[in-house]
Design a protein around this ligand. Sequence first.
Ligand SMILES: [Zn+2]
Length: 100
Amino acid sequence: MRSNMPTMKITWHIKKDLLVCPVCRSLEGYTWTFDTSKDDKMGDVLKHPVYGAVWGLQGSLIKEENGKCRCEIKHEVDLSDAAARLRKIRDRLATKLGRG
Ligand SMILES: [Zn+2]
């Protein structure tokens, strides 16, 4: 299924050192993809299929063995779909004006 709306990707990034707990290590690079037209679906937490809620409004929800979780998430908005949509609208307008 293809969406015409821009998508937002959130990727989990760990601090790459020996203190990272096994849970965080397995989350490294995990990506959530959201359709920005349905952003209400995002909610307040990021959920992982295995570990459940892993990120909340205050940050990481993971309890690392060696202390506070230092993981970060990176937001990335993919506008390629939006650009394609704008092109379509522009073409439609051009057709209309041409016939006008
Ligand atoms: Zn962590």
